[in-house]
Write a protein that binds this ligand. Structure first.
Ligand code: HEM
Length: 457
C-alpha cells in the first residue's frame, strides 16, 4: 500500500481515507517506513480510546516520533513521555489554570484586535485591497502567543504587515517534518547533512526560533534582576509563561535550564498557532456555505443586541461570546473536518491487542488519522462530508458533547489539549469581529488546496 500512497502524494489525505474506509477503519503498512517499523493506520474511535486513554501508560510517542519532531527539542512537553512529560504538563497547567490567566487572555485578545486587526481591516476596506486572511490569522495568533509566552507583543499584526521570521520558521518546519514521515530516513538525513531542500529551511528556521527564545529569556532575566518585573509570575504585570519558569511556578519548583525553557516556549507558541489553520478553513467553509455565515450574524444580533446607532466597529467581551452557541458549533464543525493536526502516533512498549483484534508490538507504530475519522459514515453518519454546524446542537439548544476519542481534534485521555477554552475564545473573538463588522468574499478562482505539511494548512 505504501507505493499506492506515495503515488497519490498530492492527495494523500483523500487516498488514505479511501483505503481506511475499504478496510473497516484500519490497515497495516509493512516495514520500510518510519524506521523499518510496521505502522497500523487507523481512524477507529475504539482504538483511539484504547491507545490514548485506557492504556496510555502502555504507549509512548517513542523514538521515531522524536526524530521527526526534533525541531521542538528533547525537553518539550510535545516530545516527552511519562515522568518528564508530567512535570511539563503540570507547569503548563499551573499557568493556564491560574486565576490571572482568563483576564490576561481577555485583555491580550482585545488589545490585538483593537490596535492591530481593526486598523488593518479599516484601511484595507477603504482602499478595497485584497487581504490574505491566513496571513492575518498567523499574525493574530503569533502576537497572542508571544504576549502570553514572553509578555512581549511583537505587533506583527499592524498596518504595513511587517515580515516576522518566527511564524514563517514554524511553517517551514511543518513542511520539512511531513517529508520526514514520507521519505526513507536515510534520504532526509542525507538532505539534512547536505543542507538541502526543506531540511535546509528547517535548520535555518531552528536558528531563527532559537535566537528569538534566547533573546526573550535573556531580556526577562535582565528585567527580573533589575527589579523591573515584580518577582512573581502571579502578578498581573509579570504574568507570562516565561516568568512562570523564571520565578518558580509552584512551591519549591526547581529552576530549569534555558534549554528546557526554550523547548517549552516553542511548544506553547506552536500550540497556540495551530488555530491559524482552523480559522482559515472555517472562513473558507463560510464562503461555501453562506447560510451558515448568515445564521452567525443573526445569532450575534439576537443575543448581543447593539447599543447606540450601530455605526461604530464593535468588539465583544469574552463573556458575551459564550452566548454564541451556533458560532461555537460552526467552529467545532471546522475542527472536525479540518483538524489542524491530522495525525497522532503512538508506539506500544510491548505486545498489545487492540479493539478489532489487531495485534501490535514495540516494532509497530499506531498512527491515528483524524482527517479520515471525520469522513467515515460509520463514525459521523451518512452526512459526514457535509459542513453542518447543526450536528453539534442539542434539542434544547446547547452544544452537543462528543467524546474526545470521536471528536479527536484536541486529543483525548491524559494528554488532552490544555488550551481548548483559550482556543475557542481566540477563534470566537476574531470570527465574531469579522462577521459582525465586515463583509468579505474569496477571490474568484482562488485555488484552495492543503499544503503538503504535517499540519492541515
Ligand atoms: C484549535 C486549536 C487547538 C487544537 C486543535 C489543539 C490540539 C491539540 C492536540 C491534538 C494536542 C495533542 C498533541 C500531542 O500530544 O501530540 C494538544 C496538546 C496541547 N495543547 Fe492544544 N490545541 C489547540 C490550541 C491550544 C492552545 C490555544 C493552547 C494553549 C493556550 C494549547 C495547549 C496545549 C497543550 C499545553 C498541550 C499538551 C498536552 C500534553 O501533551 O499533555 N492548545 N493540543
Amino acid at each position: 500500500m505504501l507505493p499506492e500512497l506515495l503515488l497519490n502524494i498530492d492527495r494523500i489525505h483523500e487516498k488514505t481515507t479511501q483505503i481506511l474506509e475499504a478496510n473497516m477503519g484500519a490497515f497495516l503498512l509493512k516495514g520500510a517506513w518510519l524506521g523499518q517499523m510496521d505502522t497500523l493506520i487507523t481512524c477507529d474511535p475504539a482504538i483511539v480510546n484504547c491507545v490514548m486513554k485506557e492504556k496510555l501508560p502502555s504507549y509512548h510517542k517513542g523514538v521515531e516520533w522524536r526524530k521527526r519532531f526534533e525541531f521542538f527539542g528533547n525537553h518539550s512537553m510535545f516530545n516527552t513521555d511519562f515522568d518528564e512529560w508530567k512535570i511539563h504538563r503540570n507547569t503548563f497547567r499551573s499557568f493556564i489554570s491560574h486565576q490571572q490567566s482568563q483576564q490576561a487572555v481577555a485583555k491580550t485578545i482585545r488589545r490585538i484586535l483593537e490596535n492591530g486587526l481593526i486598523p488593518v481591516l479599516e484601511l484595507s476596506s477603504k482602499q478595497c485591497q485584497v487581504l490574505d486572511l491566513q496571513d492575518l490569522f498567523k499574525r493574530y495568533t503569533f502576537d497572542f502567543a508571544s504576549s502570553m509566552v514572553t509578555g512581549h507583543n511583537p505587533n506583527s499584526l499592524c498596518i504595513g504587515l511587517p515580515k516576522n521570521p518566527v511564524p514563517e520558521a514554524l511553517d517551514d518546519a511543518w513542511e520539512a517534518i511531513i517529508l520526514r514521515f514520507l521519505l526513507p530516513e536515510s534520504l532526509w538525513k542525507l538532505q539534512r547533512w547536505l543542507g538541502f531542500g526543506k531540511e535546509r529551511k528547517m535548520s535555518g528556521g531552528r536558528e531563527v526560533v532559537d535566537r528569538f527564545c534566547a533573546e526573550q529569556i535573556s531580556m526577562s532575566k535582565k528585567k527580573l534582576s533589575e527589579g523591573k518585573t515584580r518577582i512573581s509570575f502571579a502578578d498581573e504585570e509579570g504574568f507570562n509563561f516565561l516568568n512562570c519558569y523564571l520565578t518558580g511556578n509552584q512551591e519549591n519548583s526547581p529552576k530549569v535550564s534555558d534549554e528546557v525553557m526554550r523547548d517549552n516556549m516553542v511548544n506553547f507558541i506552536f500550540a497556540i498557532t495551530t488555530q491559524v489553520d482552523t480559522l482559515t478553513w472555517f472562513f473558507w467553509m463560510l464562503e461555501k456555505n453562506s447560510i451558515v455565515e448568515k445564521k452567525i450574524r443573526e445569532e450575534i444580533e439576537r443575543n448581543l443586541p447593539q447599543k447606540g446607532d450601530g455605526k461604530n466597529i464593535r468588539l465583544f467581551q469574552l463573556e458575551e461570546l459564550s452566548k454564541l452557541i451556533y458560532l461555537h458549533a460552526a467552529l467545532c464543525e471546522a475542527l472536525r473536518l479540518f483538524p489542524p493536526a491530522p495525525v497522532q502516533m503512538r508506539t506500544p512498549l510491548q505486545s498489545e491487542t487492540l479493539p478489532g483484534g489487531h495485534c501490535v508490538d514495540d516494532k509497530t507504530n499506531v498512527l491515528i488519522f483524524l482527517y479520515g475519522m471525520a469522513r467515515m459514515p460509520s463514525v459521523w453518519g451518512d452526512d459526514c462530508l457535509e459542513y453542518k454546524p447543526e450536528r453539534w446542537i442539542t434539542e434544547d439548544g446547547g452544544i452537543k458533547h462528543e467524546p474526545p476519542h470521536k471528536f479527536f481534534s484536541f486529543n483525548a485521555g491524559p494528554r488532552i489539549c490544555l488550551g481548548r477554552d483559550i482556543a475557542f475564545n481566540l477563534m470566537k473573538a476574531i470570527a465574531a469581529t469579522f462577521i459582525h463588522n465586515y463583509n468579505f468574499q474569496v477571490l474568484e478562482n482562488h485555488p484552495v488546496t492543503p499544503t503538503l505539511s504535517v499540519m492541515f494548512a
